[in-house]
Design a protein around this ligand. Sequence first.
Ligand SMILES: C[S@@+](CC[C@H](N)C(=O)[O-])C[C@H]1O[C@@H](n2cnc3c(N)ncnc32)[C@H](O)[C@@H]1O
Length: 211
Amino acid sequence: MSDEKNRKETTTRDSLAERRGVETHVYQPAEDSGLLAKAAVEHAHGRTLEVGTGSGWVAAKVAAETDADVVASDLNPHACEQAKARADELQAERKDGFDVVRADLFSPFVDGAFDTVLFNPPYLPTDPDNEWSDWMEVALSGGESGRELIDPFVDDVGRVLADGGQALLLVSSLSGYDEVVERAEDQGFDVDVVAEESYPFETLSILRLRL
Ligand SMILES: C[S@@+](CC[C@H](N)C(=O)[O-])C[C@H]1O[C@@H](n2cnc3c(N)ncnc32)[C@H](O)[C@@H]1O
């Protein structure tokens, strides 16, 4: 990799981390979380899974503002702790909490378990020589293509969706919008865009995938 490319990636990563209010272990709500929450409050229904919940902020909004029955999951145990604390707070305030499960994507969930699945994935394209090996990398880095977790999500989400189910997936222009849409269509999904926002260096879209 050239020095110039290296510099550009490091700068992009650092500025994204700064813009997103990164703290040590758990991704905190940012513009992408807000866009997913907005779309989810409008469209989520039935048994709803938020994959990669981080602080649990999106899951809490969906639990509080819709009739959906919400489960939140994350690979990061610190995220699960924060999400659980948020769920307990919501439960105490409104008797309307959500469950939290530590999981790698869909591994513990049975076929057809959910009517709605939400995901704001790690999507930042990252050079393998430039990785920073901590929980924030797990939250932000989508590997070299930016799609290292998006691809298995798109390939496997159909298994856990009930008949008539839907997935709402956040996609950034940084990680290749057309590639994600094409992969979802190859998996047999109808794809539409239910929310979109543009920022100086990326456009964020919420894709709805329906079988
Ligand atoms: C960009 S953050 C989004 C956090 C939160 N949903 C939000 O919108 O604020 C991505 C989250 O995905 C989680 N994650 C990464 N790999 C995962 C995996 N294989 N299975 C489940 N969660 C994962 C990260 O720990 C992180 O919390």
